[in-house]
Design a protein around this ligand. Structure first.
Ligand SMILES: Cc1ncc(COP(=O)(O)O)c(C=O)c1O
Length: 380
């Protein structure tokens, strides 16, 4: 499926210039249709739907696993990126006297779980950026044989910086450390192959670049790490329950990531998410990445030419879809743009940036509309 065909599936693009997929992607017509169908079944055929609950979970796991180069049984559906990041930390063995390495842009849910017992006594090391980049040599310097894990974002939300995961994984492996990755701003925008990149745990919400719903997210864990220690939580669907057995007989977790499914799935969220994963699959991850990088590159370049300070690196391998540009008053620009039917984001007050997030359904004309409106704003 070509980008223009993908665009035709998003009704919002007939009304607005939507450039905020790093917050929440808009709904596509296949997703609207799937939710309508689910609502119909919920209304008139709920008993039948109830019998097929797990089909939705399995479909989503399969599609997502394929997208990231994982096996289906290494993927669990969770409810947020943060939930997946917490699970990854819980599955990380505690080594006394160890440390964990972050970078200064690691997302809070990649950091806070390490501040809870029993891991709160680990030394926390933060690698700072230099010239807008988290340098690999600085990560290498922070990591030693006592490092349990490196916990970072693939693409950072405030800067749009993309880390070289294969290189970080090499550093981690040299010291027996695990690599925990927040993929909320990368999965669905740039190509990911967890095996090739050497990622141990990956967590990503569905509602951003994966074109799905809030309340649905995906956890990936390498198979040997999933099964190495008992799961931190247990529920009915997470257990192997041979016919005739009773819970009193004991808890045997299911093999693979199915052990992390604790109860009833988020059916509405999954119904809205599966079509998004199908669209990305049909577009193909290399085409999606090429398109997203072309647009984020075009946007960054045009802003630089206008004299703005763009935090997002110009090199394509160092960015994804997020473009962050420093503005005097980002919320004011965001408000102006919203009135002009252009959706961008100003939430990162700590670095005074406006964010422009082009996805596969955007085109260079959308960037041109944003730039023309920006020129208008500056001329006021
Ligand atoms: C890098 C990153 N991680 C995590 C999140 C939050 O995701 P969730 O609300 O699914 O935990 C965001 C949201 O913007 C994000 O940008």
């Amino acid at each position: 499926m070509k980008p223009e065909e993908v665009r035709s599936l998003f009704p919002i693009m007939e009304q607005r210039t939507y450039l905020f997929s790093g917050g929440h992607s808009p709904m596509s017509t296949p997703a609207i249709e799937a939710v309508r169908e689910l609502t119909e079944q919920w209304t008139y055929g709920i008993a039948e739907l109830y019998e097929r609950l797990s089909e939705h979970v399995e479909a989503a796991r399969t599609l997502y696993a394929r997208l990231i180069g994982a096996d289906q049984d290494e993927v669990a559906v969770v409810d947020s990126t943060g939930a997946g990041s917490n699970l990854a930390v819980e599955l990380t063995d505690l080594k006394h006297g160890g440390n964990v390495v972050f970078d200064e842009w690691s997302y809070p849910s990649s950091i806070f779980p390490w501040m809870l017992p029993p891991k709160e006594d680990l030394e926390r090391r933060f690698v700072m950026s230099r010239n807008g980049i988290i340098e690999l040599e600085d990560i290498a310097e922070a990591v030693d044989d006592d490092t349990i894990a490196i916990s970072i974002s693939h693409v950072t939300q405030g800067e749009g910086f993309r880390q070289d995961l294969a290189a970080v994984s090499k550093i981690a492996q040299e010291h027996g450390a695990l690599l925990l990755v927040d993929g909320a701003q990368s999965a669905g925008a740039v190509s990911i192959d967890v095996k090739e990149l050497g990622v141990d745990f990956l967590s990503a919400g569905a509602c951003k670049w994966l074109l799905g719903a809030a309340g649905v997210a995906f956890f990936y864990g390498k198979r040997n790490l999933i099964e190495r220690i008992p799961p931190p939580r247990a529920g009915g669907p997470s257990a192997l329950r041979p016919p005739g057995s009773s819970p009193a007989d004991g808890f045997t977790p299911k093999p693979g990531a199915a052990r992390f499914q604790l109860g009833m799935p988020n059916l509405l969220g999954l119904a809205a998410t599966i079509p998004g994963l199908e669209i990305l699959t049909q577009a193909g991850k290399s085409q999606v990445e090429a398109h997203v990088l072309e647009l984020s590159g075009y946007c960054g370049q045009a802003l630089r030419e206008r004299g703005y300070e763009v935090l997002t690196p110009a090199e394509p391998q160092r960015r994804g879809g997020v473009v962050a540009v420093v503005m005097e008053d980002p919320p004011d620009v965001e408000r102006f743009m919203r009135d002009q039917k252009v959706d961008v984001y100003s939430g990162h007050t700590y670095n005074r940036t406006l964010r422009i997030d082009p996805h596969i359904f955007n085109n260079s004309g959308d960037i041109d509309v944003f730039l023309a409106k920006l020129d208008e704003y500056e001329a006021m």
